[in-house]
Design a protein around this ligand. Structure first.
Ligand code: PLP
Length: 358
């Protein structure tokens, strides 16, 4: 297989794809695919229950949190969060750290008054806004932030302390990359297509006491209480994506869980940043302490070499290294399923490319 550095949909573990391939025509000896099974059948209900249990085990999710498997991606949650959590309040606080938090702010502004409590826009999103300067409001329904900005490659080190105000996090590109203290959060959401499974599933982990306050305008499918009451099967769910996500959770357990995967992720990122920092040819603009271990953007000394870098890296089996169009340059997304050998191959390719063109 080629090494895939795509930001999303991202690489899946080869073992998981092999299992899915082997079962494609005949799942559990039933003569049909899991895709062709009713979500109401006991065998699929067991898949759903197992996926939830494995996720709960991996993240040590406390009993007073519900796990929801929704649809619409993280983008749907940009609206779903205010539609559910505002209750009688009119405003919410948001931290602005780049592309995805800006998108969340824009969408939430359609439903409530958004107070941008902190922003690193002035620093071109190369750092996280200084917590001592945040202007959190007292009457906010919640505080929203993006722990890992997938495009900028910027990550928070600490979980913000918001006192009694529920903290909401878009963890699309960081969930399951390291252990997490779920009890610090009111709600976590994540599109699946990076560290969870195929696109089509959206994971929501929500503290029970925050459910039940959806506005009348909230569509039923986006109403956390209704989705929870119906075991995330208010309508036909994306069963295959759900099944594969469950296989990824089991794969993660076999890797030793989130502590083990965190150590591996840190080693992978460490190698790549060392290669970038050790050369005058490559650069990464993010303040060192806030560099993402999942998404590593980098530029070449001369943008004119970008297309050569991309075509030669693709020929070498290193795929999808093109940076997002809003920042340009390159980006290597090194999620859980990207093996260390992929990073080693990329680092070797980068050194060779520099030797030939630098
Ligand atoms: N938030 C973050 C942090 C992301 O990385 C992405 C996608 O890359 C999104 C939101 C949008 O996700 P979706 O495509 O699932 O709506």
């Amino acid at each position: 297989r080629a090494f895939n550095f795509c930001a999303g949909p991202a690489a899946l573990p080869t073992e998981v794809l092999e299992q899915a391939r082997d079962e494609m025509l005949d799942w559990q000896g039933r003569g049909i695919s899991v895709m062709e099974t009713s979500h109401r059948n006991p065998e699929f209900m067991a898949v759903a229950a197992q996926a939830e249990q494995d996720l709960r085990d991996l993240l040590a999710i406390p009993d007073n949190y519900r796990v929801l498997f929704m649809q619409g991606g993280a983008t749907a949650q940009f609206a779903t969060v205010p539609l559910n959590l505002l209750g009688k309040r009119m405003s919410a606080d948001y931290l602005d750290t780049g592309h995805w938090s800006s998108k969340a702010i824009k969408e939430a502004s359609r439903y409530c008054q958004v107070n941008v409590a902190g922003s690193s826009a002035d620093a071109n999103y190369t750092t996280v806004p200084d917590a001592s300067r945040w202007r959190l409001s007292t009457d906010a329904a919640y505080v929203h932030y993006t722990p890992n900005e997938t495009i900028g490659g910027l990550a928070f080190v600490d979980i913000p302390d918001t006192g009694d105000v529920p903290l909401v996090a878009d963890m699309s590109s960081s969930i399951l990359s390291e252990p997490l203290d779920i009890s610090r959060f009111g709600l976590i959401y994540a599109g699946a297509q990076k560290n969870i499974g195929p696109a089509g599933i959206t994971l929501v982990i929500v503290r029970e006491d925050l459910m039940g306050f959806a506005s009348d305008a909230c569509p039923s499918l986006q109403n956390y209480q209704l989705v929870s009451d119906n075991d995330s099967m208010l309508n036909t769910p994306p069963t295959f994506a759900w099944y594969l996500s469950g296989l990824v959770f089991q794969w993660l357990k076999r890797q030793g869980g989130l502590k083990a995967i965190q150590a591996l992720n840190q080693r992978k990122a460490g190698k790549l940043y060392a290669a970038i920092d050790g050369s005058d040819f490559y650069s990464n603009p993010i303040e060192t302490a806030y560099r993402s271990i999942m998404n590593v953007p980098f530029r070449l000394a001369d943008d004119a070499l970008n297309s050569t870098f991309l075509s030669e890296s693709a020929d070498a089996g290193l795929l999808n290294l093109k940076g997002h169009r809003v920042v340009g340059g390159m980006r290597a997304s090194i999620y859980n399923a990207v093996p260390e050998a992929a990073v080693d191959a990329l680092v070797a390719f980068m050194a060779d490319f520099e030797r030939r063109y630098g």
